[in-house]
Design a protein around this ligand. Structure first.
Ligand code: HEC
Ligand code: HEC
Ligand code: HEC
Ligand code: HEC
Ligand code: HEC
Length: 305
């Protein structure tokens, strides 16, 4: 019985207007969950959220990060036991949550350990970084460039004189930054062109495959970038340039073709209009001529009744 009512209610709900559903999701988006609401069962977040200074700043910074959005919680990075709940002054709870037997790491020390700390998940990037001049010298580390709690989707803005001239000049860094930015601009262009092609009903498997490939190549480029090896980086940027050039050529070709087609319809339309006007002229002329002729005849009285 209850089930039947529930079913009916859910059908009524499901068939309510999509606008209402949209409003609901908008309202939802306007009031984002606090970190504690988002992870009600995670003891690290609950306790740290009510601690002073850096201990709760960690929660705030992390809650704006890409890791927060991807369910990477405190314990994913630091280890420890997230199931332990307790008041902020409960020493026993604190110590059990932070227990070394649960793999707890306060902070990766010395700095050379940062790569492995983050590289637990970002394996390919860790390997490139370790093989780079930076990895060999243990500095700068992942967190020097990305931060530790407030990590966002990275941009080339990370590479700047303030951050990169502490230990050496900016020449090679600037070149690498230029390569990355050129490539990203090209990828954007490819995406726009692909949209244009799709809008004009042009679907081509080979081209689609190339776009997929170039998207994958960007990810590979972002990984390879961490080697700071110009030859590796150039290899990927060249691949993307090739795809960009091929896309532009295809679009040009189609644009030329459709321009030619438009031109033809224009001529066609011109001819029709011309023929129509000519017909109107002929009819007018005929009527005028007939009238003229007719009145001439009536003057002669030939056909008058
Ligand atoms: C019951 C409260 C409580 C819980 C639960 C808790 N912490 Fe803590 N945490 C603290 C306090 C208090 C400190 C300050 C150092 C201390 O008193 O041991 C701290 C310190 C830390 C530090 C180190 C700060 C530094 O400067 O070295 C890290 C990292 C940390 N906690 C992570 C976690 C993680 C990860 C979890 C969950 C697995 C967790 N905490 C669970 C209360 C808690
Ligand atoms: C992406 C991995 C990652 C996540 C997720 C993360 N931390 Fe950290 N945390 C670090 C690193 C790395 C350090 C050390 C930074 C350093 O050495 O400068 C650190 C340092 C800290 C510190 C010392 C104070 C500071 O800011 O340097 C505290 C406290 C802490 N973390 C608590 C937390 C809590 C609580 C959470 C969850 C809300 C959390 N961390 C989530 C990587 C992480
Ligand atoms: C010298 C600065 C620097 C260091 C050190 C560094 N990164 Fe990066 N990382 C960047 C920049 C800049 C980008 C963005 C490149 C772009 O936009 O093309 C990036 C991109 C990334 C990305 C995004 C990849 C993608 O597919 O979009 C991840 C993940 C990442 N880094 C993780 C790490 C980790 C883990 C480490 C340490 C092992 C590390 N980085 C070390 C500067 C750095
Ligand atoms: C427990 C696994 C885990 C650990 C440890 C971890 N990350 Fe992540 N990281 C992820 C996941 C999952 C994402 C989101 C999916 C993605 O973009 O790869 C992510 C995303 C990122 C991004 C953005 C990538 C993008 O494409 O926009 C950066 C930068 C990053 N992490 C850097 C770090 C750094 C620096 C550390 C160490 C302090 C670290 N991560 C530790 C799992 C982890
Ligand atoms: C803590 C010091 C330090 C910082 C900060 C640093 N580097 Fe480096 N970098 C080094 C060392 C050490 C080497 C290897 C020796 C050398 O070439 O100077 C190196 C080498 C390089 C190289 C290859 C050598 C070359 O010039 O051809 C590039 C490229 C580079 N770094 C880029 C960057 C970028 C980009 C940043 C900023 C995000 C940065 N570095 C920040 C220490 C640093």
């Amino acid at each position: 019985m209850n089930k039947a009512i529930l079913l009916i209610t859910s059908i009524v709900l499901a068939s309510s207007s999509p606008a209402a559903a949209e409003d609901q999701s908008l309202a939802h988006a306007k009031t984002p969950k606090t970190p504690v609401e988002a992870y009600p069962k995670n003891g690290c977040i609950a306790c740290h959220a009510s601690l002073p200074g850096k201990l709760s700043q960690a929660v705030q910074d992390w809650s704006a990060s890409i890791h927060f959005q991807n369910q990477i919680t405190c314990d994913s990075c630091h280890g420890g036991d997230p199931d332990i709940a307790g008041q902020p002054d409960n020493r026993q709870a604190i110590d059990s949550a932070h227990h070394s037997l649960k793999g707890f790491i306060h902070r990766p020390k010395p700095a050379s350990k940062v790569s492995y700390f983050c590289g637990k998940c970002h394996v390919a990037i860790m390997e490139k970084h370790l093989g780079s001049p930076h990895g060999e010298n243990t500095h700068p580390t992942c967190i020097y460039c990305h931060g530790h709690h407030d990590i966002h989707s990275p941009t080339t803005g990370i590479i700047n004189t303030e951050r990169c001239t502490v230990c050496h000049d900016f020449k090679t860094a600037e070149r690498i930054k230029g390569l990355l930015e050129d490539t990203e601009a090209q990828i954007q262009k490819i995406a726009e062109q692909a949209k244009w092609l799709e809008k004009h009903g042009y679907k081509n498997l080979a081209l689609e495959e190339m776009h997929e490939h170039s998207k994958g190549t960007v990810t590979q480029l972002r990984i390879a970038f961490h080697s700071f090896n110009l030859r590796d980086i150039n290899n990927f940027t060249n691949q993307i340039t090739t795809v960009a050039e091929q896309t532009v050529r295809t679009v040009d070709l189609i644009q030329n073709k459709s321009q030619a087609a438009e031109f033809q319809t224009l001529i066609g339309l011109g001819v029709t209009v011309y023929l129509f006007l000519f017909a109107v002229f002929l009819m007018g002329y005929k009527r005028h001529f007939l009238n003229h002729h007719g009145s001439a005849k009536s003057k002669s009285g030939g056909f008058a009744n």
